[in-house]
Design a protein around this ligand. Structure first.
Ligand SMILES: [Cu+2]
Length: 156
């Protein structure tokens, strides 16, 4: 009985609403393309910048070196600017990388140096795949600026 029902229902839907089905398929294909694009772009090493709408008004950018991060010792360059666009020196940076899947240990960044609001950070990439990097900058007045950046790390 249930078999017959299943066989009957599918052709009925097709005959009645072929246009709707086609539209749904087109929409699904579009969403898939969008998802693939956003994954491809996430890690291609261009300057990443959080939306200017961040309530604190500061601008934090992240650049990976090499531009396409590979498993192993990585480097990040973090730039910090105040709401007036001036570089912010002397911030205490905490950098933590995590993979988007569960069960991995976080990777912590080591600050190697700072030059005019540009902080160089060493970070070990322990596995290829999708990471996100959390940056916490504590300013000299104690305020904390926090941002999260996605990064795709490639297998060797
Ligand atoms: Cu992993």
């Amino acid at each position: 009985m249930s078999l017959n029902t299943a066989i009957d229902v599918a052709p009925t839907l097709d005959i009645r609403r072929p246009e709707a089905a086609r539209r749904l398929a087109r929409w699904a294909a579009f969403l898939c393309a969008l998802a693939v694009l956003s994954v491809l772009c996430a890690g291609c090493g261009r300057i990443q910048q959080t939306p200017a709408a961040a309530q604190d008004g500061y601008t934090v950018t992240l650049v990976a070196q090499p531009a396409t991060p590979v498993v192993g010792d990585g480097t990040l360059v973090v730039t910090l600017r105040d709401p007036a666009g001036q570089p912010v020196s002397g911030a205490r940076l905490q950098v933590e990388g995590n993979m988007s899947h569960a069960g991995m240990k976080p990777s912590f960044g080591k600050i190697r140096g700072e030059d005019a609001g540009q902080y160089t950070v060493a970070i070990p990439w322990t596995m290829g795949g999708d990471w996100y990097v959390d940056i916490k900058a504590t300013l000299s007045d104690g305020r904390v600026i926090a941002r999260r950046f996605p990064i795709a790390v490639h297998a060797k």
